[in-house]
Design a binder for this molecule. Structure first.
Ligand SMILES: C[S@@+](CC[C@H](N)C(=O)[O-])C[C@H]1O[C@@H](n2cnc3c(N)ncnc32)[C@H](O)[C@@H]1O
Length: 306
């Protein structure tokens, strides 16, 4: 089985406008599909992933004579972008990509504990060096905190009911596996609300976001990447749910706007200048949607450094 089928592959690479010998940052290496695309088009690559499986897989996938000396793989959080570039002695780059969320490999490996479809110990950590796991969230967070996470990170309508049932269930014994949690969620969601996909989908999304701190610091890293892009270079970000898309959309709007003063002020006092221009957003084609159901919720947003 393939590690991960890259989403919006051509759209991303075409928009990065990869040039021979120029340097690109892929913060979310995953199965190295987009990363290899950059190398195939003649670019040099710096890629990060928190997951040791992604790094190991990419080392094998990219071990081709034509890529030798053209890529650097770093097991790190892309939020350390500035430090990573500095430690490599790289000042500016010619394009960057973030393909947010998790890979098919992470979902499809039961022991990673990301999926409500396969039985595995509740884990959901992108990196096995992270201290917090899904087990800790499910078994130690208060009912109120759990409900807040489900509501904030997945807009789960039945957040309070699910949190109450989780806390009741763990009074007898800890909730250890993905299927135990999925069953508790299923029992908490009314039958008529179970028609649109698996009832545990939102709960698993919310817990995964909490475990990996997926939404925190996203706007900061966007600012960091923009600050190190050469003029005319682009940043492409693929999002998979409305919460992360909202953060990206807002950050892109901020950096592509001159004055950000209160509209009521007669003159500008902020002096803010746009550092990028927006090149809009792209959704998967009908053909991609038919071939890869995991692309269904993807949105690619693009900005270009002025
Ligand atoms: C959707 S996959 C990327 C797929 C990739 N574009 C491809 O073509 O195969 C997302 C990857 O980003 C990694 N990831 C998510 N958040 C990260 C972070 N903050 N720092 C580094 N890697 C991260 C995940 O471990 C996962 O492997």
């Amino acid at each position: 089985m393939s590690y991960h089928v890259p989403v919006l592959y051509n759209e991303c690479l075409d928009n990065l406008a990869v040039k021979k010998g120029a340097t690109y940052f892929d913060g979310t290496l995953g199965g190295a599909g987009h990363s290899e695309g950059i190398l195939m088009r003649g670019g040099n690559l710096i890629a990060t992933d928190l997951d040791k499986d992604a790094i190991a897989n990419a080392k094998v996938r990219l071990a081709k004579p034509e890529y030798e000396g053209k890529f650097t793989l770093v097991r790190d959080n892309y939020k350390n972008f500035i430090n990573i570039l500095d430690s490599l002695g790289v000042d500016k780059i010619d394009g960057a990509l973030l393909d947010l969320g998790i890979s098919s490999h992470q979902i499809d490996e039961p022991e990673r504990g990301f999926s409500y479809r396969f039985d595995g110990r509740l884990d959901m950590r992108m990196s096995d060096e992270q201290p917090l796991s899904a087990y800790d969230v499910v078994n130690t967070y208060s009912e109120e905190k759990l409900a807040d996470i489900l509501y904030l990170y997945a807009e789960e309508r039945f957040s309070r009911r699910i949190a109450r049932n989780v806390v009741n269930a763990r009074k007898n014994k800890p909730i250890e596996t993905t299927l135990e949690l999925a069953e508790i969620v299923k029992q908490s969601v009314p039958m008529q609300a179970q028609k649109n996909g698996h009832p545990a989908k939102k709960t698993f999304q919310a817990i995964r976001i909490e475990v990996n701190g997926e939404l925190s610091g996203l706007d900061e890293v966007i600012e960091d990447i923009i600050s190190r892009l050469n003029s005319g270079s682009r940043l492409c970000i693929i999002t998979f749910h409305s919460l992360e898309d909202r953060i990206v959309k807002k950050a892109f709007a901020l950096h592509s706007t001159d004055c950000i003063c209160d509209k009521k002020l007669p003159i500008c006092i902020c002096g803010h200048k746009a550092s990028v221009k927006s090149l809009g957003k792209i959704k998967p084609t009908k053909e991609e949607l038919e071939n890869n159901s995991r692309s269904a919720s993807a949105t690619l947003r693009i900005i270009e450094k002025i």
